[in-house]
Design a protein around this ligand. Structure first.
Ligand code: SF4
Length: 381
């Protein structure tokens, strides 16, 4: 998705993160942890005609058989990211806006290579859910289990090949070491290939209900969050803003992959907040053009490189025809929306957040380019 600008060194980084490498990593570690994205679960649920809950159990069971100890839903990390987004926007002066979301490595990679000076200073310092999960697994969870980060293997299953590049970035290494926080990333389609190779897929679901091996996925819990099957940052910012200030929310669909939301003051009718969702490179390029000419007045933009966002990521299950692709994508989105209505993990994330000490909270941030202010310190954890 990286706008066709992938280098040969990056191709090597993508190709070396294979399923074989993942299994090898599990075998050679004292503890293995897998983070699975909810887009993966919904894409596979549609393909294998199962409920997302049963599919989650199936994935958990599959990895358990291969020796994995914890299988986590990445939405848990996403909730951490969301809970910081509004606060980061408040700390961003109007002259530095729009603040741009950082969760999509396809966009970050494009920004770095194509419009670094304009875009990079505006990119959020909050890590992506995958990077937050990696930091917490190699930091918090390893310590909790009495292990050193080098004894722990952490892999992720994502809708996207660019996540492999993100995992190999220097900034996502355990501090002061060469150890990656996320050792390996495989795509949804790569996992599907392995799942269908193994027999007994249907029986697994029943079996999993019987045992007491518990992780979020083995219990079939998938965390939903406002904002559909992608980012969710823009929706969360609007929600937090309105909870604190009140206001009238108006959303307009500018095209299939571009939405704009404004909040108007209930007293003056003035627009007090503008956010946008900009998906797909064509829309991203328009955004860049408007930013260059200073015509972009938005406070926050959630940017995703793929048209349709992560539900339609390059690593998802593929279908032959365009019709089939569109039909299945609509099903994936529908399943995801249903999950949102079924689960609310906000409370438990808030509780976990209180328990995390300052050192771990600092792990939730990154910088794509050194800036003077350390956001983690500014937010006064
Ligand atoms: Fe990956 Fe999602 Fe970005 Fe597509 S939109 S490149 S799937 S993170």
């Amino acid at each position: 998705a990286c706008n066709g600008c992938i280098t040969s060194a990056e191709t090597v980084l993508v190709e070396e993160q294979s399923f074989g490498r993942l299994l090898e990593g599990i075998r050679n570690s004292k503890m293995a942890v897998i983070t699975v994205s909810p887009q993966t679960i919904t894409s596979l649920a549609v393909k294998l005609e199962k409920t997302p809950e049963d599919l989650a159990k199936l994935i958990a069971s599959f990895f358990r058989r291969h020796g994995v100890k914890y299988v986590l839903d990445s939405s848990f990390a996403r909730q951490f990211a969301h809970s910081l987004a509004y606060e980061e926007l408040l700390l961003t002066p109007s002259t530095s806006r729009p603040l741009l979301s950082s969760a999509c490595p396809g966009f970050v990679c494009y920004a770095e290579k194509s419009h670094g000076e304009l875009l990079i200073p505006k990119i959020s310092k909050i890590r992506s859910p995958q990077a937050i999960s990696g930091a917490l697994v190699k930091g918090y969870l390893a310590k909790k289990e009495g292990l050193s980060p080098c004894d722990v293997f952490h892999a992720a299953v994502m809708p996207c090949f660019d996540k492999k590049l993100e995992a190999s970035r220097e900034q996502f290494r355990v501090e002061g070491t060469e150890i990656r926080e996320t050792d390996c990333v495989v795509s949804t389609a790569e996992l599907l290939e392995e799942l269908v190779k193994e027999e007994g897929v249907a029986e697994d679901v029943e079996e999993e209900k019987e045992n007491n091996w518990t992780t979020s996925l083995s219990r079939g819990i998938i965390i939903g969050e406002d904002g559909g099957a992608s980012g969710g940052y823009a929706d969360r910012i609007v929600r937090d803003f309105v909870a604190q200030n009140g206001g009238v929310v108006k959303t307009s669909k500018l095209n299939k992959n571009m939405f704009s939301t404004t909040v108007e003051s209930t007293t003056t009718g003035e627009i007090v907040l503008r956010v946008a969702k900009v998906y797909g490179f064509r829309n991203v390029q328009n955004l860049v053009r408007k930013m260059k000419t200073k015509k972009e007045k938005t406070d926050y933009v959630e940017v995703m490189a793929c048209p349709g966002g992560c539900a339609n990521g390059g690593g998802q299950v593929r279908y032959e025809t365009m019709d089939e692709r569109e039909k299945r994508l609509a099903q994936v989105e529908e399943l995801y929306e249903a999950l949102l209505r079924g689960n609310s993990w906000e409370e438990s994330v808030r509780e976990e957040w209180k328990r995390l000490d300052t050192n771990y909270k600092n792990l939730l941030f990154t910088d794509y380019k050194p800036v003077e202010t350390n956001v983690a310190q500014t937010l006064k954890w």
